[in-house]
Design a protein around this ligand. Structure first.
Ligand code: CO
Length: 134
């Protein structure tokens, strides 16, 4: 069902500082900051030859990332995103195997403008998993 690793998302307390590290120290290709009020986050994409890193930071106090950063003040790996060909089929298969979605229902449009779902970490070895339709 899953294909390529689309991105690794890292939650960071200061996205400007984190971007500088990737641009100036690691010499990576770093995007402009993109604000996503509908998700309560600001994001910077880092293009690597084989995948992407997504730096995410809270846009407001109610951001889903704020809670994570309270537990991980220095930041940390927030989720992994795997590509799937057909997200509706993936949802169907997951529900057959009794894998609940983090927010049950239809897929939402994710940070990359593509349909995504999230799987609960309790079912995925303690890792928040995002599935993105390619
Ligand atoms: Co993501």
């Amino acid at each position: 069902m899953i294909g390529k690793l689309n991105h690794v998302a890292i939650a960071v307390p200061d996205i400007t500082e984190a971007s500088k590290t990737y641009r100036n120290v690691f010499g990576a290709k770093v995007s402009e900051q993109i604000d996503q009020p509908e998700h309560g986050v600001k994001i910077v994409f880092i293009k690597l030859p084989n995948t992407q890193i997504e730096l995410i930071s809270p846009l407001n106090k109610n951001s889903p990332i704020s809670k994570f950063l309270k537990k991980n003040p220095n930041g940390g790996i927030h989720h992994l995103c795997y590509e799937v060909e057909n997200i509706d089929l993936a949802i169907e298969k997951l529900s057959e195997k009794d894998f609940g979605l983090l927010e049950p229902g239809k897929p939402k449009l994710g940070a990359h403008g593509k349909p995504v779902i999230f799987l609960h970490p309790s079912k995925c070895n303690g890792t928040l998993i995002e599935l993105q339709q390619e």
